[in-house]
Design a binder for this molecule. Structure first.
Ligand SMILES: NC(=O)c1ccc[n+]([C@@H]2O[C@H](COP(=O)([O-])OP(=O)(O)OC[C@H]3O[C@@H](n4cnc5c(N)ncnc54)[C@H](OP(=O)(O)O)[C@@H]3O)[C@@H](O)[C@H]2O)c1
Length: 287
């Protein structure tokens, strides 16, 4: 698997988004473990999660515990796997997602994630979503505090504007903002300014819902004809073409396609080896 860089870490060019294995529609645990193991078999060394990836009240950290269990039961070496988690969202169990970016919540959430993941320090901790009730500087300032305390090795932000990226760069200190994770897919391109801004500053950009999201990813080829046509020309899936197109946009882009089946991540991981021509990339960018 080709690699890319997040801060000080080298990771696979394609990561695994673990959310579908813990929220609405999630599979049983055995299938989830098989899916994570299939990702590792394919050379994936970046797994994206969050404390809020769960379904019912009282099971915060479900996805983090699942990943910890899958890593512990994997027969191969997992020492080079970067687990990227997030704090700043709360799920009360009624289907809603509430934001809490207060320093108190983020400190408690990071401690709980350390426990759920069973680690001494979190590899990459991302502030999940800006909280309109809390100044952005305060939320990101808490990430700086966690970095300084050694509880997290790297800091990232998610659902951020260009302005918030710059605030985070300033508060964390030059070089300490490792990643930006925003929505980006063939159907949702409005994060391209953030993608370009992150890339210009050497910050990893992790597109979330890169295939259009759970429930829509399967129809990508019918919704986006150009992606299907390029896929047919290469004899591969339109999902794989989408991820290869993103990789071609900038060396800092590291897509994190979700999966709840081994077949999905096995197919997606091969995007790292799919070379598109400049004409194909330009055509998909314009489509
Ligand atoms: N920061 C944020 O606010 C935020 C928000 C949303 C998501 N995320 C992160 O981003 C990750 C990815 O987003 P997402 O899971 O919402 O959506 P997505 O990656 O666009 O789509 C996920 C779905 O794609 C299907 N899929 C994956 N690879 C495929 C392939 N090669 N061929 C056909 N189908 C394929 C999977 O199907 P199966 O389930 O059948 O395997 C899965 O359900 C999440 O898992 C999460 O880690 C972050």
């Amino acid at each position: 698997m080709k690699t890319r860089t997040i801060g000080t870490a080298t990771v696979s060019a394609i990561g695994l988004g673990a959310m579908p294995m813990s929220i609405e529609g999630r599979p049983d645990e055995a299938r989830s473990i098989r899916t994570i193991h299939a990702a590792l078999d394919a050379g994936v060394t970046l797994i994206d999660t969050a404390d809020a990836y769960h379904l019912h009240a009282g099971e915060t950290g479900h996805n983090e515990r699942l990943i910890a269990k899958a890593l512990a039961s994997y027969p191969g070496d997992t020492s080079n796997v970067l687990v990227a988690t997030k704090g700043g969202h709360i799920r009360p169990g009624d289907g809603s997602w509430i934001v809490d970016g207060s320093p108190k919540h983020l400190r408690e959430a990071a401690d709980a994630s350390l426990k759920a993941l069973g680690v001494d320090a979190i590899g990459l901790y991302q502030f999940h979503r800006p909280d309109p009730k809390v100044p952005y500087e305060e939320s990101v300032g808490t990430l700086k505090e966690l970095l300084d305390a050694g509880k997290i090795r790297m800091a990232g932000i998610s659902n951020a504007t260009v302005e918030q990226i710059d605030i985070a760069r300033r508060i964390l200190g030059e070089g300490n903002l490792a990643s930006v994770q925003n929505q980006f897919s063939p159907a949702f391109r409005s994060s391209e300014p953030e993608l370009r801004h992150a890339a210009a500053h050497g910050i990893a950009f992790l597109p979330w819902s890169p295939l259009g999201g759970i429930g829509r990813a399967g129809e990508l080829g019918t919704r986006h004809a150009a992606f299907q046509e390029v896929a047919s020309a290469h004899g591969v899936s339109p999902q794989r073409v989408t991820l290869a197109w993103m990789l071609a946009l900038a060396p800092q882009v590291i897509p994190i396609p979700g999966a709840s089946r081994p077949e999905s991540i096995t197919d997606s991981a091969q995007a790292a080896d799919l070379a598109l021509t400049d004409e194909e990339v330009a055509r998909l960018s314009a489509a």
